[in-house]
Write a protein that binds this ligand. Structure first.
Ligand code: ATP
Ligand code: MG
Length: 703
């Protein structure tokens, strides 16, 4: 179909209604879709249609189809402000908006300078929750300036409450704060009672159920008192909101269409939110792949996607996509073989029309040799015309790339790392954010703690006195001003009070400059490498300028937990070319021409942290499958023979002698080209072929 446009102003909608009309000569941006994709894109026309499920393997165009469906809906008159698009990461939301925008541009025949309609409600479950809660804060009894805690802060707060509850001093060891937070997270996301969560996922904490129950209640009360929400609260509060029929109807009525990508990784809470938004399923589209479910460890339920069609009175229409457009057939053969031994699954073998080279299984001596080999190949391919950003190195745990990072730095190869927010975790960045947070929300105890202790002359006792006074009084701000600081801190305290006022008065993003000016002398006093850190802060200011308001900025920064984030740690400038380093989890949904998978050894993949049950092993297998299906043309799995486990181990230098990952069985290995790298780093694909020598005789002769 050729899409043209006819624009009419509707009195009820905020944006123009666009009705497609045939416009001879205009290219159809949807023409490349195959029949099944098109069926999904066109399903139901513009009116909210019966529910739709697209379930299909990696690289078959699910995300492409979803973006095209968004574009098609807008073309046919849907209001972009009333489309809710839920994606797995912030970056995925941006990409989706861009893809849909490009299609719309072509479909509507817009000129290059004209912007395609924006999709203001494209985001992660957590960011959408934060926005809805903030918009309705007053009605929900939440303070309007509530803050969102990031993982590290939530852990600190949990530690604080744990201590206050007297659980830090019990004679037998009570679970650590990180474990307590993980239990809390699972209780929320799986909607399961503490006892069940402990029995199923934290068996080493058995016996502490009552204390944990008490702790989690105290933690919840403390957050409410401080007007802070942690990451899991965002979903929890949104979910509770949707359990109120009037509120659910009101929130649901804001949207005509709800579309969800990567549905296989939603948890029970998220699925219930989606259903509460669209109880009869009309206007609901979900897409996903059960073979790529990799978040069960965080309470995701693959059942959500498998049972989706039957949940509605009018069962969902199911569209299955079969052709893979991403990878060559030899790479797909390898990926198919990896997943073949998984237990029952819905999506079937992938097929492609593209031929190409076989993937490589590369045996290297150790992690150093691994880093060298990867850096060599990356540069070689770049010389051959493949930009760095078309290549990616994937690994199971963020720490696995440490040796490679050093090698890349040594050779001056720029890279970004996804899946670990090194940047936001750095002390100086946290200091600056704490200042912005505390000025904005004086009840934010952790931010206050950080800022107060930063000031020379203020120790823990004084900080506690200040924060207690601020918490107990009705007016936290007044208590802040009434605080009598230790004499040595008087000047810095007065400076902070002025700054806090200026921060509240300043517009956005000017407030960041105010905070930077305040922090500068502290930066110089606290850090020898102030110049390097200043660059980070300027970068933070740049990022801040991209957000519409302080609230959006602070909330969004706290949103993606480090292990799921797709945001980069210290990105080079956008026009730079850089290699991508990513955890396998953060690589979800993406693709690169060349992919190198580090440490394809047992203990890394499957992780030795996840070998407890058959279900966990299966999830690790799917994770490797996600990694291998990211590659378009070149794929290498690296197998260090000696793998360094704990650099700081007390026993000195500890290595495990690497066994090839159990997921690469002999049948799987047969689909790879085996490469052995000798000590000099030279490849030896066929094994060194020596000419026949009678060595025994030579040795005899030498004597
Ligand atoms: P994943 O399971 O990894 O999330 P996916 O199913 O979402 O993958 P996409 O990322 O949408 O797949 O698409 C994979 C690749 O195939 C992209 O490069 C996309 O541009 C391309 N592609 C999708 N559909 C078509 C098509 N009909 N014609 C040509 N290329 C296509
Ligand atoms: Mg996708």
């Amino acid at each position: 179909m050729t899409a043209g446009r006819h624009v009419a102003q509707s009195p009820t909608l905020r944006t123009p209604v666009i009705t497609p009309v045939l416009a001879p000569g205009r290219t159809d941006p949807f023409a490349t879709l195959n029949d099944e994709q098109r069926a999904a894109v066109d399903h139901g026309g513009a009116a909210p249609a019966p529910p739709l499920l697209v379930i299909a393997g990696a690289g078959t165009g699910k995300t492409t189809t979803l973006a095209a469906r968004v574009a098609r809906l807008v073309c046919e008159g849907a209001d972009p402000h009333r489309l809710l698009l839920l994606t797995f990461s912030r970056r995925a939301a941006q990409q989706m908006e861009r893809r849909a925008g490009q299609l719309l541009h072509a479909a509507l025949g817009l000129r290059a300078a004209q912007a395609a309609p924006r999709l203001p409600w494209a985001g992660t479950f957590h960011s959408v929750a934060a926005r809805l809660l903030r918009e309705h804060a007053a009605a929900l009894g939440l303070g309007e300036s509530f803050s969102v805690l990031d993982r590290a802060d939530a852990e600190d707060l949990m530690g604080w409450v744990r201590e206050a509850q007297g659980l830090a001093s019990t004679r037998t060891r009570f679970p650590l704060k990180g474990t307590c937070l993980a239990i809390w997270s699972r209780v929320v996301n799986a909607r399961a009672p503490v006892a069940q969560v402990v029995a199923e996922a934290f068996p080493w904490c058995l016996g502490w159920e009552d204390e944990l129950e008490r702790l989690l209640h105290a933690y919840l009360r403390e957050k409410q008192q401080q007007q802070v929400l942690d990451y899991d609260d965002l979903l929890l509060y949104w979910h509770r909101l949707m359990a109120e029929p009037a509120a659910a109807a009101a929130v649901g009525a804001r949207f005509d269409h709800v579309l969800v990508d990567e549905y296989q990784d939603t948890n029970r809470l998220q699925a219930e939110i989606v259903l509460a938004l669209r109880p009869d399923g009309r206007g609901l589209t979900v897409v996903g792949d059960d073979a790529q479910a990799i978040y069960a460890f965080r309470a995701a339920r693959v059942r959500n996607i498998l049972e989706f069609p039957a949940q509605f009175e009018t069962p969902a229409r199911t569209v299955v996509l079969e052709r893979n457009y991403r990878s060559t057939q030899p790479l797909l053969d390898a990926s198919n073989a990896v997943i073949a031994s998984a237990t029952e699954r819905f999506t079937k073998r992938l097929r492609s029309d593209r031929s190409g080279e076989r993937p490589q299984l590369v045996a290297v001596a150790d992690e150093i040799a691994q880093a060298r080999w990867v850096a060599d190949r990356v540069l070689e391919r770049r010389e051959g015309g493949l930009a760095l950003r078309r290549q990616a190195v994937l690994f199971r745990a963020a720490s696995h790339s440490a040796v490679l990072e050093l090698e890349l730095a040594r050779r001056d190869i720029p890279f970004v790392k996804f899946g670990g927010l090194r940047f936001l975790e750095a002390a100086h960045v946290k200091d600056l954010l704490a200042a912005l947070r505390w000025a904005h929300n004086p009840r934010h105890r952790l931010a206050g703690w950080r800022v107060a202790l930063l000031l020379p002359g203020v120790g823990p006792a004084a900080a506690r006195r200040l924060l207690d006074a601020m918490q107990d009084g009705d007016d936290a701000l007044q208590a802040m001003h009434a605080f009598a600081p230790p004499r040595a801190a008087a000047a810095d305290w007065a400076d902070w009070l002025r700054t806090a006022q200026a921060l509240r008065d300043a517009g956005w993003p000017d407030a960041v400059d105010t905070a930077l000016r305040w922090y500068e002398p502290h930066l110089q006093r606290l850090h020898d490498d102030a110049a390097v850190r200043r660059r980070d802060l300027l970068q933070l200011a740049q990022i801040a300028a991209g957000y519409a308001s302080r609230e959006r900025f602070l909330a969004e920064l706290a949103l993606d937990p480090p292990e799921a984030t797709s945001d980069d740690a210290g990105a080079p400038h956008l026009d730079d070319d850089y290699l991508v380093l990513s955890t396998m989890h953060s690589a979800k949904g993406q693709e690169w021409t060349a992919v190198y998978v580090l440490n394809a050894v047992d203990g890394c993949i499957p992780s030795d942290m996840a070998t407890g049950s058959a279900a966990e092993i299966d999830e690790e297998r799917r994770l490797l499958y996600v990694a291998t299906t990211r590659a378009k043309q070149h794929l290498a799995l690296l197998v260090p023979q000696r793998f360094h486990v704990t650099p700081q181990s007390r026993a000195g230098d500890r290595h495990v002698y690497g066994g090839l990952t159990r997921f690469v069985t002999p049948e799987v290995a047969a689909l790879f080209d085996a490469v052995r790298v000798d000590a000099d780093g030279a490849d030896d694909a066929a094994g060194i072929a020596l000419p026949p020598i009678d060595l025994m005789a030579r040795v005899r002769d030498a004597f």
